[in-house]
Design a protein around this ligand. Structure first.
Ligand code: NCD
Ligand code: ZN
Ligand code: ZN
Length: 433
């Protein structure tokens, strides 16, 4: 465990420095001064009068950026608050997150955007950007005033949790969002097809006696939104892609020049529907965990760039919310504190992805998708960095997580790779409690 008193000027020496832009990991040292990366050298040791943090070969990368977090505040502070959610983010290696609009009140008004940004500035443990709603109250009927939401600080628009079923509403939303240069992030599931479903529709849903949602419910939604993005020329981002068919649609759309980007979650990349055998409510999520072929398609899409980035869809729910009959449990699982370890264990560890590619998918790529700063290992950039031991084994438990909710299927399961902490503008936040 790194025991590091806060300093304003110091070297981090002898780290494996990961640069997602050049795609290289090289041993070197970084000088942090006044919250910025002042200098990067490729020397293991530095001659200096300044304090030195000996990194001992740990990995130093730009801080992770999560473009899909549910912070729950305002309205659902029993599940998570801005303070606990950003602490969970920092503990997971994130120095910036983008929070979703499905709060109460919904973030559909400039005053709510300002409120969240103010609360984040006061009590946040990482940078917070805000996604505002596409439609008032997430009701899919009246579109919000995007110009005012943008002025208040919103960086994107989403009715996440819900699909906008009225195609004319979505068309107008894309047109107006496009005029403001805002991306619309779409939760692609046709609710008439997913109606009361509990998991993916397959052999497994029949076997387990749970109502299924067919992959087509996602693919139909993706296909419509891609067509509307093509029609309007506006920017569309597909949240939590989970099926092989959706990957195929996105790939073809990109090929013909549609401005569409996409994300995949750690859970859809590593967990499959058969794991629902024990009816663990923490595995109930929207869209549902799919089959092994879908996972293979998602992995191929990460490698070939069809899927642009990884985003957690950190969706906290209390134990009381989840400890009910399976069909009454709300969908969603937390992810901020386990995402790196889970992906490092399951993908890097099993040869599915290179470590530097995983880092890129969690740093510069999400920044590019929403046009956010960060994700770069370069002199002059803010010192927003993550320090990782890719070989440390650890087991997530309630006691070592900071999120207010514990709805994770990974509790008690050993993982390889542990975030040690982050520097946020040079200020150290330890992950290890
Ligand atoms: C999310 C939530 O709980 O807010 N749940 C989920 O299953 N993913 C909503 C969402 O991301 O669609
Ligand atoms: Zn969603
Ligand atoms: Zn979500």
């Amino acid at each position: 465990m790194i025991d590091w008193k806060d300093r304003k000027e110091f070297w981090v020496a002898g780290a494996r420095i990961a640069d997602p832009v050049t795609g290289r990991i090289r041993t070197g040292s970084v000088l942090i001064r006044k919250g910025l990366i002042e200098e990067i050298t490729w020397q293991k040791q530095v001659k200096t009068d300044l304090p030195v943090l000996e990194a001992g070969g740990l990995l130093l990368a730009p801080g992770f950026i999560d473009i899909h977090t549910h912070l729950r505040e305002p309205g659902f502070e029993d599940k998570e608050t801005i303070e606990t959610g950003t602490a969970a983010a920092a503990a997971g290696g994130y120095t910036a997150i983008v929070c979703m609009a499905n709060t109460d009140p919904v973030i559909d008004d400039p005053t709510v955007v300002e409120h969240v940004l103010k609360r984040a500035a006061d009590s946040g443990n990482c940078r917070v950007y805000v996604i505002a709603a596409v439609t008032k109250g997430l009701e899919g009927v009246d579109i919000c005033e995007y110009h005012h939401l943008k002025e208040a600080g919103a960086v994107a628009l989403s009715d996440d949790g819900k699909y906008i079923t009225n195609s004319q509403v979505m068309r107008s939303a894309l047109e107006y969002a496009g005029m403001q240069g805002l991306v619309i992030i779409s939760h692609c599931e046709d609710p008439y097809l997913t109606n009361e479903s509990q998991m993916n529709e397959s052999y497994w849903s029949t076997k387990l006696g749970l109502k299924g949602a067919h992959a087509a419910s996602e693919e139909i939604a993706v296909a419509r939104d891609i067509r509307l993005a093509e029609l309007t020329g506006s920017m569309l981002h597909i949240a939590h892609v989970s099926t092989a068919g959706a990957v195929d649609l996105i790939k073809k759309a990109k090929k013909r020049g549609v401005v569409v980007t996409a994300e995949a979650t750690p859970h859809h990349l590593t967990l499959d529907e058969s794991m629902l055998e024990d009816y663990d409510r923490n595995l109930k999520v929207n869209p549902p965990l799919r089959g092994k072929k879908d996972i293979a398609a998602l992995l191929a899409a990460l490698r070939d760039g069809t899927i642009d980035c990884i985003a957690t869809d950190h969706a906290p729910h209390t134990a009381i919310d989840k400890q009910v009959e399976f069909d009454l449990a709300p969908p969603g699982m937390i992810g901020l504190e386990t995402s790196f370890a889970q992906l490092n264990t399951e993908l890097v560890g099993k040869g599915e992805l290179e470590l530097i590619d995983l880092i890129r998918l969690m740093t510069s790529r999400p920044a590019d998708v929403l046009g956010l700063p960060g994700g770069k290992m370069a002199e002059g950039e803010p010192a927003d960095l993550v320090l990782i031991d890719p070989n440390e084994r650890w087991t997530p438990e309630r006691e070592n997580l900071r999120s207010k909710s514990f709805n994770s299927p990974l509790l008690g399961k050993e993982l390889t790779g542990r975030v040690q902490g982050v520097f946020l503008e040079g200020k150290w936040f330890s992950s290890i409690i």
